[in-house]
Design a protein around this ligand. Structure first.
Ligand code: HEM
Ligand SMILES: *[C@@H]1O[C@H](CO)[C@@H](O)[C@H](O)[C@H]1NC(C)=O
Ligand SMILES: *[C@@H]1O[C@H](CO)[C@@H](O)[C@H](O)[C@H]1NC(C)=O
Ligand SMILES: *[C@@H]1O[C@H](CO)[C@@H](O)[C@H](O)[C@H]1NC(C)=O
Length: 499
């Protein structure tokens, strides 16, 4: 048996060594200030997990627009400088690499197969293909057509839905309809949309479990839901008849898998990647489209203005809407920009590929001589840099009354009043930026507008509940937040059309 005293003293030696190591951790030279907490190795992990938003905000007040967190043995530098810092991180793609940073999510979150995980050239080819598809105007207009037709079918007179009056939880309603309409438009009617809906929703609810590597036995339902989603998607891809009847996006992406130089054909190869596409295209735009209409119907005057815009863009002759005009309308666009500002907490993470210098401005001096207080910070190869959406979007220096949704905030007339330094600062980043800027951003606007237009066209909508709050702890940096409770509203089918 080992001597208890020996065990204790060896433990003490280890603890002492850890503490000395921890005490010696500091930023060297012109590295960003280091926030290391009191606990060796763990560093600030507790504060981070407990209430990261408030924690980061308190550091910003003390340290400014750049600092490095030491956590669980790793260092992550947070940059929130809209003046010059963020631009460098997002646009110098070779130094600040996105795919390397996000690679860990591919396996941990989406369950990529090992083979596709390790093949960088293949994943580049897929990404190039997808971005190409999403930026092709004629393909996008077909997608929008299918989206509007599908959504209309859920709510119009022939739908059988709500013939007179009904109480609806707008979040559940919007989530189901938008998931279905958008997935039908992007992946085609033969994609297993109904079958994936339930398990996919559970998958989304449990994102943090996968990212934090919570063991399976602590969250069996979360992991089972993901397995189920992967299995359904995998089966679909092995069914040639179904794939033949799916969308161009699905078929052209599958073609990349099957190219002789790659030759990935197992269900699990398709499943992991495609779950990531379902996620990219649904996890943010579906709740964003909910918040969009929810905020609009909660403001009586604004709702009336929006209804007038809808009526003005209805073409009696064809019985349809001018979607291009609607998606260009200043007020509808401003409401969408404001929604994306307030509810999205997307993190653009980047891996530093070589030692470099980042110039960062000083939040205490944003006057005309701001250039004088710019400082240079050293970053090292292997560091990670995080640009966290809500630290920028909720910063009162950029957006006065940042926690209030103001539909007209982004109208030209409010520049300098509700959006500060609008033309100089990079303080609007729901889509990330640089080479990896979201290729679905226009579609996200269209989805929000289409849902809002059809609901208000067919129904008189009256909120019953107060607008719910954002459920902050839901996603932590992985995207658009969902509401913390249901949002009941009354739908009354219109008998007289909007004028
Ligand atoms: C409100 C809705 C949406 C938000 C807030 C959003 C946000 C983002 C952000 C922030 C990024 C880049 C992350 C970074 O800088 O590292 C991104 C990338 C991406 N998004 Fe979106 N997105 C939305 C809707 C969509 C939709 C509807 C689609 C698909 C049709 C889509 C497809 C993609 C893809 C494929 C990428 C990866 C691009 C690349 O790496 O080159 N997104 N999105
Ligand atoms: C936004 O994401 C960051 C990074 O994960 C997190 O620290 C912060 O608490 C999040 N804020 C909100 C409001 O969710
Ligand atoms: C866009 O898509 C259309 C229809 O699928 C195709 O004919 C055209 O070649 C594509 N354009 C580009 C630039 O890829
Ligand atoms: C919302 O309405 C449903 C019935 O449609 C009801 O069961 C539920 O309790 C309501 N929720 C709230 C928060 O009022």
């Amino acid at each position: 048996m080992m001597d208890p005293a020996l065990i204790t003293s060896s433990l003490l030696v280890v603890l002492a060594a850890l503490s000395i190591f921890h005490l010696q951790l500091r930023s060297i030279g012109s590295e960003p200030p280091l926030i290391k907490g009191r606990i060796p190795i763990l560093g600030v992990a507790f504060e981070w997990f407990y209430e990261p938003g408030a924690f980061l905000e308190s550091i910003r007040k003390r340290k400014g627009w750049i600092y490095t967190l030491y956590m669980a043995g790793r260092k992550m530098t947070v940059v929130s400088d809209p003046v010059i810092g963020i631009t460098q991180v997002l646009t110098q793609g070779r130094v600040f690499n996105a795919p390397i940073f996000f690679a860990f999510l591919n396996k941990q979150l989406f369950g990529f197969s090992d083979a596709t995980m390790d093949d960088n050239r293949f994943r580049d080819a897929l990404n190039t293909k997808l971005v190409q598809l999403l930026s092709n105007k004629s393909k996008m207009s077909q997608i929008v057509e299918l989206l509007t037709a599908t959504y209309r079918g859920f709510v119009d007179e022939t739908s059988g839905f709500c013939q007179r009056e009904e109480v609806i939880d707008l979040y559940n309603f919007a989530r189901y309809n938008m998931y279905t309409a958008s997935a039908t438009a992007l992946f085609g009617p033969s994609f297993p949309i109904q079958k994936t809906f339930e398990p996919y929703i559970v998958f989304e609810e449990n994102l943090l479990s996968y990212i934090r590597k919570v063991p399976r036995f602590l969250n069996p339902s979360g992991y089972n839901a993901r397995d189920r989603t992967l299995e359904i998607i995998g089966q679909f891809f092995t069914d040639d008849e179904k794939v033949a009847k799916s969308s161009e996006i699905v078929r052209e992406l599958r073609e990349v898998f099957q190219r002789p130089e790659y030759g990935y054909t197992r269900p699990e190869d398709f499943a992991g990647y495609f779950l990531s596409i379902v996620f990219a295209s649904k996890s943010n735009s579906v709740p964003a489209a909910f918040w969009y209409i929810a905020h609009i119907v909660s403001d009586v005057e604004l709702k009336t203005e929006v209804e007038n815009i809808i009526a003005a863009n209805y073409k009696k002759a064809t019985g349809s809407f001018d979607w291009d005009e609607l998606c260009r309308d200043e007020l509808l666009v401003s409401c969408f920009k404001e929604t994306a500002r307030l509810v999205s907490n997307v993190t653009s993470g980047r891996y530093v590929t070589q030692d470099t210098i980042l110039k960062v401005a000083d939040p205490l001096n944003t006057g005309s001589d701001w250039k004088k207080s710019v400082k240079e910070y050293e970053l090292h190869k292997g560091d990670s840099v995080l640009v966290i959406g809500n630290l920028i979007h909720w910063d009162p220096q950029a957006y006065p009354e940042p926690m209030r949704w103001i539909g007209k905030r982004f109208l030209e007339e409010n520049k300098g009043k509700l959006v500060m330094h609008a033309d100089e600062w990079r303080s609007y980043l729901p889509w990330g930026g640089g080479g990896h800027m979201c290729p679905g951003r226009h579609l996200a606007l269209v989805e929000a507008v289409v849902q809002c237009v059809y609901i208000l066209w067919f129904f008189d909508v009256e909120p019953i509940d107060k607008l719910p709050s954002m459920f902050i702890k839901h996603k932590y940096g992985t995207g658009v937040i969902r509401p913390d409770k249901p949002f009941n509203v009354t739908f009354k089918r219109r008998t007289i059309p909007l004028q």
